[in-house]
Design a protein around this ligand. Structure first.
Ligand SMILES: NC(=O)c1ccc[n+]([C@@H]2O[C@H](COP(=O)([O-])OP(=O)(O)OC[C@H]3O[C@@H](n4cnc5c(N)ncnc54)[C@H](OP(=O)(O)O)[C@@H]3O)[C@@H](O)[C@H]2O)c1
Length: 311
């Protein structure tokens, strides 16, 4: 089979041969390997291959699935195929991205608790550590430790890699918010909330963290270890909300904020809730589209998106 690989401007990517000659039974992954071999720079996860669209078309192009055979995309003409190549830029594994973004808050927060950082900011008096500040440290570290463990041992991601630029963007987000909240919760002039409020906050937050972990176990069970697409999440809170994992994530930050009560903590929760709401709406739409109840497909049940009774 003769495969021509062009860039989005129509230029041929591999000049010297004009085209790649690929085995008749080859898969998209084989084609990606062949492109990598010729170009050296573009390893498979950096490549996005699509089918060409007629000029002027406003439709979204079909993205080639690396597991499929090239024959599936030849549209009757089994000997020739033209694909459009896009460079996705340098990539990192999803687990690497998550590891670095969560490692920052896990390390930065205890620095504010254990080390005399406030002297740098001009506070030279004796620092009395309140019990809530110690519990907040444990709670915070448990949360980020859990996220790192889930990244490596629970989540089954659909995409192997993410653009390298996301590491810098996500680290800036998590590390800055982590340091900002740590600064206020561990501050020498911090005023603790009442004992009852602290207990209510941490107990509620811990329950939500356990629930969030259970939600992630349920999501894991939707895919086999060698991948798979999207399924209808069922069981526990998923019977009520599409993104029960985000719901419990938001509420566990609410628990932390009830117990520690800082503006920084509430601002982080509001920003995180806004981000997760956007993602939850997209996930809800995707599941409704995939499971439309037509032509033998399952019908997605009626559910809240993220926060009943608001959304
Ligand atoms: N504080 C914050 O700002 C913030 C923001 C976002 C997330 N989080 C936390 O981080 C956790 C991970 O977030 P995430 O957005 O990366 O992933 P996610 O949506 O929570 O999903 C976790 C894993 O389950 C898979 N999955 C989700 N829905 C599925 C379905 N219907 N069928 C099969 N598999 C499915 C996902 O696959 P895919 O790879 O295909 O998505 C992913 O590997 C969240 O649950 C939340 O606790 C925090």
């Amino acid at each position: 089979m003769k495969v021509t690989v062009t860039t989005r401007s129509g230029r041929e990517l591999i000049k010297e041969a004009l085209s790649l000659t690929i085995r008749f039974s080859a898969t998209v992954a084989d084609l990606q390997e062949a492109i990598h071999k010729r170009t050296k720079k573009y390893y498979p996860s950096r490549q996005r291959l699509t089918l060409p669209l007629p000029s002027g078309s406003k439709e979204r192009p079909t993205v080639l699935n690396y597991k499929k055979s090239l024959k599936d995309y030849t549209d009757g003409n089994a000997n020739e195929l033209t694909v459009v190549f896009k460079d996705l830029g340098p990539q990192v594994n999803y687990s690497t991205l998550f590891f670095w973004e969560y490692l920052g808050p896990l390390i930065l927060y205890p620095i504010f608790y254990y080390f005399p950082v406030y002297q740098i900011f001009g506070y030279n008096g004796e620092r009395v550590i309140h019990p809530v500040q110690t519990y907040a440290l444990y709670y915070w570290c448990l949360h980020y430790f859990k996220r790192i463990m889930e990244t490596f041992f629970v989540h089954r991601f659909s995409h192997a890699t993410s653009p390298l630029s996301n590491v810098f963007r996500n680290c800036a987000y998590y590390w800055t918010f982590g340091a900002w909240i740590a600064y206020y919760v561990n501050h020498p002039l911090y005023t603790p909330v009442s004992d009852l409020q602290m207990k209510v906050g941490f107990t509620f937050g811990l329950l939500c963290q356990v629930s969030n972990f259970y939600c992630h176990i349920l999501l894991r069970s939707l895919r086999s270890s060698d991948g798979g697409g999207y399924q209808i999440p069922r069981g526990f809170l998923f019977n009520i909300v599409t993104c029960a994992n985000y719901t419990t994530e938001i509420y566990q930050w609410l628990g932390f904020n009830i117990a520690t009560q800082t503006i920084a903590g509430y601002v982080f929760m509001a920003v995180a809730a806004a981000i997760m709401t956007n993602w939850a709406l997209a996930k809800h739409r995707r599941l409704k589209k995939l499971f439309d109840g037509k032509e033998g497909r399952l019908k997605y049940p009626r559910r809240w998106v993220i926060l009943p009774p608001f959304l």
